[in-house]
Every structure is written in structure tokens, then in C-alpha cells.
Design a protein. Sequence first.
Lengths: 112, 898
Amino acid sequence: MRKIEAIIKPFKLEEVKDALTELGVYGMTVSEVRGFGRQKGHKEAYRGTEYTIEFVPKTKIEVVVSDALSDKVVETIIRTAKTGSIGDGKIFVSNLEGVVRIRTGESGDRAL
Amino acid sequence: MMESVLSRPAGNQWSRDTLDARRHAIAGAHTRGATGVEVVTALTDLTDEILRECYHANRGAAGESDPSGVALVALGGYGRRELAPYSDIDLMFLYAPPREQQARALSTAILHTLWDLGFQIGHSLRTIADSLEMGRADLTVRTALMEARWLAGDRALFSEFTQDYRVKVSGKGVQEFIALKREERRLEYGRFGSTNFLLEPNLKKGRGGLRDLHLLKWTALARYGTPSFEELTAGGLLSAGDATALGEAQEFLWRVRNDLHFYASRAQDILTFDEQIRIAGLRGFKDLPHLLAVEQFMQQYYRHSTRICDLTARFVSQAMQRTAWQRLAAWLPARRIERDFALTRDDITVPPELRADALSDSGRILRLFHLAQMYGLNVADDLVQELPERIAAVPDAAFRSDVARRWFLAILSGPGRVAETLAAMHRVCLLERIIPAFGTVRGLMQFNAYHKYTVDQHSLLAVGQAEDLGSEKGLAGRVYREIRRKDLLHLALLLHDVGKGQEEDHSLIGERIALDAANLLGLGEHETQLLVFLVRQHLLMANTALRRDSSDEKVVLRFARQVGTPEALKMLFVLTAADISAVGPGVMTPWKDTLLGDLFLKTHKELAGGEETETAYEGGAHAQAIRQAALSRLEPRYPSAWLTRQLEAWPDHYLLAMPVERLVTHLEWLAKLAEAPVLVDAQYDQALRTTDYTVYTNDSLTPGIFSKIAGVLASKGVQILDAQIVTLTDGVVVDVFRVTDPDCSEDVHARRFRDISGAIVGVLEGRYSVEDLLQEATRFGQARQGVPLREPTVVQVDNETSDRYTIIDVFADDRQGLLYVITSAIFDFGLSVHAARISTKLDQVVDVFYVTDRTGGKVADLGRCRLISEEITGRIEGFLGKAQTTRQVVHRARTQRK
């Protein structure tokens, strides 16, 4: 099993979610996050005062999928979240030790 | 209905089975429609019966048959005879000191039996002296003991206890007791919901829940010696209407709570979404297209809980108004205002003898609330009690009077306590008399997991959130403080969701409601348009900021076009932030805040022309530093008196946006202006592939300088990207046009510069006209292909943003020569352009012109503003329309008046 975390532009969420659902990914955790990578935030001025946008708002999605599906999911996120401009985000993929569904106690792929 | 319930089981021995059977019978009666009172009474009777039998059966355990010296006492809610199916049972074993052994043995035997039966018991073993001591020391014990009720055993002992207790404990420090209980309750609100409009309320401990009724009863018991509504009414302490309302509310809560307990088979007090749906179905509510069954049911709940909340608060504070100070204060003459109103230290009221007269007048009623707001006082409780009836008697038309409208708008403007005052007006049903639509959302819930409050509460809360922003340091706070018509913003917040609970899209209904409200309040045309816009589009900014890419210019432009003016943008920004915050705690996150702020800043730049405009400057000190730097660079070459005069002529805000290099260049050219009436400087920027044409002249040379230059540039086939006009205080004009030159894209050579510069000089000196040049140009067949679809042209005349200038915003599709068309229209109206920002983004222009009328002031006349807007729109449409076939043009002109 793999855990895939993707940091994407907020307005891309719907598109990515739809594409992943189509792929057969049924569970997903979404959170509002702020941070910066190469895109270091920017400054905007309003009437002589500068407002620094230090951390750029992004959306983080986390999905856990079977190994077989992993590459497809990454590919799909890249395809749907890409605008080609700076700040498109990143995808982190990691191996996952285990998953347990709390209600039934099922574990492994069955708990996905 | 209860007979079967009350019949005894065979034998004296209780088992879980026999108990369950009896409980089941009561549950059956409940299902068949027994009232809440019937059920709690039956449950209390059942418990009494079990306890008495246990007591008598175990009397032997005490080692003797004589019960004297030991009594079994019910406390708390059980003492009040208000048991819900799975309520805890509070018991006290009261004993005379010599009987301790026996009492202990008896309590062990009884408690074991009860535990085995599955009861949740709270128990204590006390002498009278213990009870008095505990009652004095602990607030909860003190309260529970007030409601002590004899169950079995030594009656004389119990009587002795109640008498002692009344004299030595509960009769003392009543004032402090009530104050402490009220405070205790206030802390509880913090944990169980600070508003009664939670979507999943706790029926017992939440605000407006049973606990509030208990507070009322404890207060009544402590102060007047009885918790019964009937007796309080008989004693003139509670009006008959209020007693009925409280009785109905209590019945409602009891019945729902019984249902929750029976269904869950445990003490379930939270009315969850699942349970709401289930109970709404049981009650026979039916889904309507626009209002779910569950929403109708919850509307009932909110009505009852609001009543409990209000009546309890009022009752308790009346019961407390007995302090020495308050008795004294009552003798002091209250401050009188405008004859009808009396102000005391804590509240504002209308003396009883004046009420019939004053409270039949809508203007006076509103003024009452306005004064309460201004002085930070509450309206006196007894007056609040009277108001709904008085208000109901005032005819609708009276609320349309100018006086009533004026006070209402004054309340909306604030500053301060706007939301609080509106909420007070809502409680006495005044708000819905002024804005009838507001009545439809009273207690209307929004059945989704997102909102936490009912619509009316959410709206009032949103007004409060906006006010709170005013004291915050961030961008939204700053923008809120800058908004001049805060009354319109607050009104928009009040109305933004009022369209909910009906079939149609709530934004569309909201638009009509806003229009109605504007008419009822007699708002002007501009105010009406703004209000309608804000209500209709209250989701626009949230949707754009959170779901669109605001780094995409197209997104920002489209949004800017929809919003139209900086004023509307500011209001929409604050409205959006307040609306999101009012959905529930924690819904507004820094994440959302950043996205909204970013969109605001980008859009504001488009609408107000960004940093280079008149309104957007601060920091004269910085400008002075720039002057100094330029001075030191030029000093040796030019007379310093001339330099100083020239530098002072530049407005600060231009200096702030200008590199010193450029200022130096400008001054070098200005020095040469003595030799020729018009000078043109052309600078090619290799990196940008653009050319800056800077024209220096004097504004007395010829009228419409800006327009003429724009015309010349158009005739020469160059595209204007950006233009700036500076009119110095001594009348010298410096106009900078940044252009691209499609005819000479690779290399713009000196001949081209000379050609264009020469044409500009020629036109400004009056040797030939722009029209000549344009005609010449068309001979070369400058037919440019149009874009098949285009956005509608929008021209807005804005008198709000700047103190000195009228601002004309033009949104249109870009076309060669468009700027000339616009500027010549402006010129034909006799307006002079003081500053302009021409931005071409993609295939659209957003042009902002700061203009004054012939007199040098703003264009004050509304009719003239509209005329300007229509004329410019018309000319642009005429101009663009020739070039292509397009879809139907939507003409939308919005004018603003001062």
C-alpha cells in the first residue's frame, strides 16, 4: 500500500477529486494548508501599506491506495493539477505499514 | 391513559423485568400521545412506588421496625417530580444522630436493590446539621436541597429539616444565590452552546434548554418560595401569557426529551440530526419542496427555546432588582431625554404613564432602540415584555414614515452595537415590521452539516462579525473602517440569506427582497443598486477566491467587471469575510482569509487604478526624500530656485511611483519647455519591446490634450498599453504613453519616432486635426478583424472613491483607437482628465479616468453622471460594433451619485 500526499492549487481540487474518483479511489482526506516551496509568497500593496502573503494557500489531499493503483493515481494528479505555472505543487509518495478500519477491525487492502 | 401504568406488579419484589415492563408501558403511552407532563409524572410515580416499597421491605434491615429517626428524601429534579426516562435519581437518607447505624444499614440495603434494578443513583447520608452545613458550602447541594421531597420514613424529621433549612440556609443571601446560579449557567452556556440556535442542541444544558427553566424555578423558589407557574401568575410575578408560553415550551422539551431517552434507551439529551429527522417524521411533518419536515420541526424547537431564553433572563433579572442600591437608584430622578425616555444607570425605559402614547408611534419605538444603542444601555425588562404587543398594534404604514426610516438607518450605521441592537429589535418582533421578509427566517434552520446557526441568527451574527472586524488590524479590518456607507453593508449582511427557505435559488429571491427593502426604506437609486448587488452576489467573491485561480488575470478581470467599483468591492470583501465567520466557530481560517485578501488586493488594483492614483498614496516624507535625491542630481546644472519650484509642482503620489532616474529625465525636458510649446520624448525599451512617448506641454495650449495624443497614436497604428497624465500645479502637463508598435515590431527606428512625435506636436499646436490623420490612416485599409464574441461594455461613474475627482471606469474590448473614442467623449462633456490609468490586459481594456468638471470639482449631478456613462457606452458600442458582428450587446451602465 502507498500513501500519496499531494499539495495542489486550491481551485484544482474539484478536478483532481473527480478524476481520482473515476479511477476508483473512494476515500480521500482533504485539508486547507499554507506553505511555500519555490514560490515564496508575494507582496501586495494597498494604499501605501504592504500586505505580505508569506505562505501561499494550498490544498492538501491524502489518499491511500494499493501498490497497483499508485502510479496511475500519481499520473492522474499530475495531469489534472497541472497549470504549467509556478506553484502547481508537489506529490509525495510513501510506503505504508498498515491500515485498519476502526468499525470492523479489517486491515490491509480490505480496509481501503 | 395512565391506569395500566399505575397498577402494581404482583408481589413486592421488583426485578429488572417488572421494571422494564412498567417502563415499557409508559413508553407505550408516550407513543400513543401522552403529554410530556403525563410521562414525567408517571415516571416519578413509578420511581416513588419502587423506593417506598424498597424502604418498607428493608426496614427490617435496620434492625427494628420503628422507622422514626430516618427518612428517605428525593432531591433535585426527582424532588421536583420531573424525571425523564433515564434521568439520574438523587436520594438523601436523612437521620437523627443516634440512628446512624440503622440509617447506614438501611441505605446499603436500598441502594443495592436500586443498583441491581439498573438505576443511576446519586445518594447521600446526612443529619440535619450535615445538610445545613453542606447546603451553605456548596451551591449545587444548596440547590438540590431546596427541592427536597419526602418519600418515606420519619415525616417529623423531614419537616424539621425543611423548616431549619429555609430559615438558616435557603432564606439567606437570596440575592447572591441567584447571582451565583446565573453565573454558573453562563459558564454552562460556554460549554453547551452560547446560542440557542445551534443546529444540534443539547435539550437539557444548552441555551434555551430545560436548565434555563430550572434556573427560573430555582430563582422563583429562592425569591418567592414557589416554582409553580400558576402560583407565580397568581402572585402577579409572571404574566398569564408568559406562564402559558413557558408551560408550552416545557411541554415541548419534555416530550422531545422523553422520545430521545426512550429511543436510545439511555440519557440522550442531544437532539442530533438523525433524531431530528426521526422525530419530525413522528410528529407528522411533511417535506415541502422548499422546506424539509425536519426544518419545520426545528423551527418549532427554536421558537420554544428562544422563549425560554428570553423569559428566563427577564424573570431572573427582575427577581434580582432588589438590592439596596437599586432601591435607592429607583428614587433618584432618572435622566430624561426627549420627554419620553428615561435613562438609568443600567437601562433605558419609557415611564409607564407615557407608554400608551409613545409606543404607538413607530418613530418613537425606533428612537428608543437607537438611544439604547448610543448610550450602550439595555431596554428595561418590563418594557421589553410589553413591546411585542405594542408593536403589533402599530399599523404597517407607520413603519414607512420618514422618521422611522431615518432612525432605522441610523441604527444600521452605528458606530457600535449594531448587531446587538438589531438582535434586541428582532426579539421583540420589531425587525420584521420594518423588513417583513426577515420574519420568514425566524428560527429557520439550514439542514446541512456546514451551518451551525439558524438563518436569522446567522444574519445577525454576520453583522456582529463585520463590526468586530472594525477593531482588527488585518486587511479586512482596515477595509471595513474605510467603508463610508456602513449602514448599507450591515443591511446587506442582514438580508443576504433571507431568501433561504423557499423554492427558488436564495440569491435570486434575496435580490427581490433587497429591492423591496430598499423601496420600503426609501433608499436612493445608487444605494439600491449597491444593496441589490451585494445580496444577489454575496457568494461571488467566496466562489471566485476559493475556487478560481486569482493569479489568472482573466479571473480577476471578470470579477472586477462584475463588481464594478472600489466601493462595491470593499463592501463585498467585508461581507464575504463576515458571512464566512458567522457560519460557525473556526469556519474562517487563515487559509480562506489569505485567498480572499489576495483577490481583494488584485481586484482593487484594477478598479482604483492601483498605486499611481490619487487615492492610493501615503507617506509624504518618502516623496520629500525623492525630491531631495533629484535635487542633488540636478543642482549644479540648473538654478536651484527653479528646481525647487518644479519639484514642488509634482504631486506626492506620482513621485512615490517613479524612479529618481525618470524624474530627473522629466525635469531635464521641462527645462527645455521654454523653447517650444510642445516637446515629445520617445524611449524604446529593448527588453519590453515597448516605446514610451512622453509629451510635455502646458494645459493652456489647447483643450483635450490627452484625447488628441491618444488619437494621434491610434492613427499611427500603435497600440496603447498604458497611459499616465500628470497635471502639475503650475499647469504643465506630462503625459506618458507606453505603446507597442505592430508595424515596427523588430526595430523601431528614429524615423518612426520623428513621424509620431511630429504628428503629436502638429495636432497639439493646431496645424492639423486628429480626424485628418485618422482619415489618412483608413486609406491604408486598417480593417482589423474582430473577436467573434465579446464582453459587454461597462462604464461606471464613481463619485465615492475620491474626494476631489469623479472617477470613470471603462471596461471594454480592446480595439485600435478605442482610447481616442473614450477620451474624446470625455472631452466633449467638458471634463478635464487629471489622471488616468489605461490597462490593457489580454483583449480587454480597463481604463480609469480621474476627471473634474469645468468648475474644477466633481460631477455632482446624478443625471449628468448617467448621461456621461450612457454617452461613453454608446460611443464605444458604436465604435466596436462597426468592426465586427457580435452577439447581442448588453448595455449596462451604472452611475453613482454622491
